[in-house]
Write a protein that binds this ligand. Structure first.
Ligand code: GTP
Ligand code: MG
Length: 179
């Protein structure tokens, strides 16, 4: 069977769990770009990503998935743009309880689709929310242009849930997404 490399990018606001997700998936093999967080107003956590986090995952069907985690801070939006330009799939992570979650998610999805290579975008609800809240978010999001995309949910700290998410997005990628 042909061996393919599929690149996926994790995007979303500061502190949503992009680095945590890659750590869950790849453990000590994850390559992180963490530095002390000097913007505690934006998020109280101790470290934040500059550059790109990276992890590689072997999927059941012999495909390799490369996962890149973007910095969430807006000052590094050029890094996100560059990562998206290399990717075939994107996961937009969101806490649907955040103010402006809908608008921010829609803006990120639209940015993803501006990247010529990018073929699949899914939204990942990454904080606990009821089924009704998730349903309402999904319906409202689908009213934004280009935003009728699959909406999944998973805890970034949970390796099994993150693997399931990656399996779904990998299965949606067409075969010609070889590197
Ligand atoms: N309470 C709670 N915390 C969570 C949950 N999911 C992730 N976290 C925590 O949220 C934090 C996420 O931090 P990071 O993984 O560094 O976030 P990031 O998206 O990489 O952030 P930047 O790189 O700064 O953009 C970690 O401390 C996680 O343990 C959750 O469902 N509930
Ligand atoms: Mg990070």
């Amino acid at each position: 069977m042909q061996h393919l490399i599929k690149r996926i990018v994790l995007v979303g606001p500061m502190g949503i769990g992009k680095t945590t997700a890659i750590r869950s998936l790849c453990g000590s093999l994850a390559i992180e770009c963490e530095v002390p967080n000097l913007d505690k107003q934006a998020h109280a956590k101790e470290t934040t990503t500059v550059g790109l986090d990276f992890g590689e995952i072997k999927l059941d069907d012999n495909d390799t998935l490369q996962v890149y985690g973007c910095p969430g801070q807006e000052r590094y939006d050029f890094v996100r743009e560059w990562a998206l330009s290399l990717a075939f799939g994107a996961i937009v992570m969101v806490d649907i309880h955040e103010p402006h979650a809908l608008e921010h998610t829609a803006t990120l999805i639209q940015q993803c689709f501006r990247s010529p290579k990018l073929q699949v975008v899914v939204v990942l609800i990454s904080r606990p929310a009821s089924a009704a809240q998730q349903e309402m978010f999904t319906v409202r999001l689908s009213n934004y242009p280009q935003c009728a995309v699959p909406v999944l949910s998973a805890d970034p700290r949970n390796p099994a849930q993150m693997l399931d998410t990656l399996d779904i997005i990998a299965a949606m990628l067409p075969d010609e997404t070889a590197a």
